[in-house]
Design a protein around this ligand. Structure first.
Ligand code: NAI
Length: 401
């Protein structure tokens, strides 16, 4: 099949297996080029197939860490390509196995009891215990494993209308949007999906089954961002969910501290991922931010961020810096005063006409297409490719039944 990008709204409905493999390879190469890492021995990454979770798994490979990755991706079917995360996972395992490093993947709903139990069984059978558990899920909905209730997250302000600028990056149009405030039910639903309850459920199960190594680190990713995005992010429904995540971290810490373990939040930089492209305002902010940070020489992508997380914070011999709330701040370069001052100065000036000049919308779009395996210089997108790519460990698991 010849695969070209097909964009609908803020998502690309096709993905290129060869291109996805290149992107995964680039992340692993970058991580390995930073030198040997004295990192975790056995890691579980929940949400391991794209974005920050995939970068975490790639970073683990630099330290030859054995990984189990959980994600929810679609295999290819008839004339439809698999999802990008499926191809990424297939590529990751393939590369890890070439390096003779253990990597197995579980594809299914991480919110369910069944997938949690399947993962626990795999840890017990193959690894014994894990010393790193990273929770990097981003999902639009969750079925509660006890009540069966389905919650859908919304990206809305709280308390009052929000009116502001946003961009349609594909069409290159800057426009005004107005969003109505979320209802109490919508706030509760967003907290149910993106808050900390599910993270706690994972850790409680693994702890109960004695699958957490002494000194285990568990980590979830969060975002704060500048004033400009607060109405829609920090002070909006997603911000409420992230506050809930902080409370979960506090509770988990109390439980894990007894055995020398810790639960941490890492505040990461705003980057182009499938999750962030769905948030109003954020793509325009990212386009401005990238321009300024690239000019300053401080721009980083997902894998650069996670390398810094591993080498300077989690597995460094020096005492790792934390903010007043005990969080890791990988967004330190994004939040530098001069960077944010420039963003704030340029923000009111951006229009459809000057979008390309004032912002790095081209870089935003390039990153967006790369998420789905497009825009690689090494791939001929006019050639036929096989779309049915198996994930090695998943195929083996089926064959053994
Ligand atoms: P992403 O969309 O690239 O990745 C989401 C992952 O979750 C994928 O592996 C997907 O398969 C998995 N997933 C979704 N629903 C699932 C389910 N029901 N069961 C199993 N797996 C499921 O998202 P991204 O951006 O990497 O986000 C990860 C975390 O990082 C989120 O908590 C997000 O808030 C946080 N973050 C993201 C930032 C950004 O700018 N992208 C900035 C700071 C934090």
């Amino acid at each position: 099949m010849i695969i070209q990008p097909k964009v609908r709204g803020f998502i690309c409905t096709t993905a290129h297996p060869g291109g996805c493999e290149k992107m995964v390879e680039e992340q692993i190469n970058y991580a390995q080029a930073q030198g040997a890492l004295n990192g975790p021995k056995n890691a579980l990454i929940i949400g391991a197939s794209t974005g920050y979770g995939l970068a975490t798994r790639a970073s683990c490979l630099a330290g030859k860490t054995k990984t189990i990755g959980v994600s929810f991706e679609k295999p290819a079917e008839d004339s439809r390509t698999a999802s990008a995360g499926w191809y990424n996972t297939a590529a990751f395992e393939h590369i890890a196995h070439k390096h003779k490093v253990y990597a197995k993947s579980i594809n299914g709903d991480a919110f369910s009891n069944a997938i949690k139990q399947q993962t626990a069984n795999l840890i017990r059978a193959d690894l014994g215990q894990v010393d790193l558990v990273v929770y990097s899920l981003a999902s639009p909905r969750r079925t509660h494993p006890q009540t069966g209730e389905v919650s859908t997250s919304v990206l809305k302000p709280i308390g009052k209308n929000f009116s502001g600028k946003t961009v349609d990056p594909i069409r290159g149009i800057v426009k005004e949007i107005t969003l109505e405030p979320a209802t109490e039910a919508e706030i509760a639903d967003t907290v149910a999906v993106m808050g900390g309850e599910d993270w706690e459920m994972w850790i409680n199960l693994l702890r109960k089954e004695n699958l957490l190594a002494p000194g285990v680190i568990t980590l979830a990713y969060t975002y704060i961002g500048p004033e400009l995005t607060h109405a829609i992010y920090k002070d909006g429904t997603i911000g409420r969910a992230k506050e809930d995540l902080q409370q979960s971290a506090n509770r988990l810490n109390q439980q894990l501290n007894h055995s020398g373990g810790q639960a941490l939040l890492s505040v990461n930089k705003a980057l182009v991922t499938q999750a962030s492209s769905a948030i109003p305002v954020v793509p325009l902010y990212i386009s401005l931010l990238f321009k300024i940070m690239k000019e300053k020489g401080t721009h980083e992508g997902c894998v650069e961020q996670i390398q810094r997380l591993f080498r300077q914070h989690l597995y460094s011999s020096a005492p790792p810096p934390r903010d007043a709330a005990g969080r890791i701040r990988l967004d330190d370069l994004e939040m530098q005063a001069d960077v944010q001052q420039k963003v704030a100065e340029l923000w009111p000036q951006v229009t459809t006409e000057n979008l390309r000049k004032l912002t790095d919308i081209a870089g935003y779009l390039d990153d967006f297409y790369r998420l789905f395996g497009f825009n690689s210089k090494e791939i001929d997108y006019n050639s036929e490719v096989e779309v049915n790519i198996p994930i090695e460990s998943i195929r083996e698991a089926y064959e053994s039944i």
